[in-house]
Ligand binder design. Structure first.
Ligand code: AMP
Length: 396
């Protein structure tokens, strides 16, 4: 893998695609700077080599150019503090302003360009726009795993203008190493834990994983489609009726491939989709009318926790219930804690996909697992298709 470690940045201006798509509050304060902090090692490596850094990123989904709330200028102070060096800012990512800022940049300095998505050409992947970006730097570094599944100008197209000078940053390299470890170099047993709302969102990844895993744990909203397909009564739980056949096919496929499937046996149900709704613990296949399943039950927790704790590799995507509500978070928390137990016993654990990352952070367990992926969509797509446009562009 070509990474920043294989490149000497001395006297080079590095054009670095980062993922600074951070949440901002109404006063433009950064409410979670995880993504910015993740990019610091790559930036510091370039500076320590004696190079200069030109950072480019998107922020949100602006509809118009220069929409105040999507301006990257709100990040300048925080980034300067983190890097302990003043960061310069160009109020456009292309054109005269960017060109001049790039030209006057000295080695050891950092420049942040304005939001790439203020130009439609970014997401369209327009070659001339990518070429303008490319003209600012001597070497291209992609450290934005979260957008690596998009063939955008700054994530993919720009790489062709640096045939011999393009490398992965540390975020990218770590993400790729982590998922490759799980998919292609894992210690067995390998357990995948799938949760979240719907079967339909997870079907491709489940099919792909089936050839690699030993155990498949299924929880969350999608478990009720399986329960119904197996003849259970699921009350008013979340269900995708048109996916029942698919659910049975997954079960048959697992059987023929020797993959053990663990579905919930009991569930916490509630009268309404509300934290204070009256709740009961019942058999997942005998949910009373008027009740909906919002979490896995205590018996299921025990079964899942044991499988997880005895695994040598664990991949977790998606919560076991509506973990955003305190009365229905117990199952998700139990799974997170079981992953920590497995990790302490030497297992490799990868947490990926927006809501399981949110969960592991909520329980302050991110430091107790092996790796927490920063790119939900990109990770899932990488597992599904085995490659990503942004990754292939560097390798090419
Ligand atoms: P996903 O984006 O597909 O991973 O889904 C995550 C969402 O699924 C979270 O917001 C959970 O609240 C939700 N979820 C998990 N279990 C259930 C359930 N039993 N019923 C409804 N929503 C659920």
């Amino acid at each position: 893998m070509k990474t920043v470690d294989n490149y000497n940045f001395k006297d080079k201006k590095a054009l670095v695609r980062v993922d600074f798509n951070v949440p901002l509050d109404a006063d433009y304060n950064i409410t979670d700077d995880t993504r910015m902090r993740a990019a610091l090692p790559t930036i510091n490596k370039i500076l320590n080599d004696g190079g200069a850094v030109i950072l480019m990123s998107h922020l949100g989904r602006p509809k118009d150019i220069n929409e105040e709330k999507y301006s990257l200028k709100h990040l300048v102070n925080h980034l300067s503090n983190e890097l302990k060096t003043p960061v310069k800012f160009a109020s456009d990512c292309i054109g005269v302003e960017a060109k001049n800022a790039g030209l006057s940049l000295k080695m050891g300095e950092v420049l942040l360009l304005e939001n790439l998505r203020f130009h439609k050409q970014e997401t369209a992947g327009t070659e001339s726009f990518a070429q303008e970006l490319a003209s600012l730097g001597d070497v291209y570094v992609n450290d934005a795993f979260g957008t690596a599944h998009r063939a955008h100008a700054s994530t993919t197209i720009v790489a062709k203008f640096f045939p011999n000078d393009k490398v992965f940053g540390y975020v990218m390299a770590n993400e790729l190493a982590s998922i490759d470890k799980v998919l292609n170099d894992s210690e067995k047993p390998l357990t995948a834990i799938m949760g979240g709302a719907k079967v339909s969102g997870k079907i491709l990844i489940i099919e792909k994983l089936m050839d690699k895993i030993d155990n498949l744990i299924i929880g969350g909203g999608m478990a009720y489609t399986f329960a119904k397909a197996q003849g259970g009564k699921i009350g008013s739980s979340l269900v995708e009726d048109d996916k029942q056949e698919l659910a049975l096919r997954i079960l048959a496929d697992a059987k023929s491939k020797g993959v053990k499937i663990y579905l919930p046996v009991d569930t916490i149900v509630a009268e309404a989709f509300a934290n204070d709704a009256k709740k009961l613990t019942v058999d997942i296949k005998a949910i009373p009318d008027g009740y909906m399943g919002l979490d896995i039950g205590p018996e299921t927790e025990k079964i899942f926790a044991e499988v997880i704790a005895n695994s040598k590799t664990v991949l977790w995507n998606g919560p076991m219930g509506v973990f955003e509500m305190s009365n229905f978070e117990h199952g998700t928390k139990a799974v997170a804690e079981a992953i920590v137990v497995a990790t302490k016993k030497g297992a490799y654990s990868l947490i990926g996909g927006g809501d399981s990352v949110a969960a592991i952070n909520k329980y302050n367990l991110a430091d107790d697992v092996s790796y927490v992926s920063t790119g939900g969509g990109a990770l899932l797509e990488y597992i599904e298709s085995g490659s990503l446009p942004g990754v292939e562009a560097i390798k090419a």
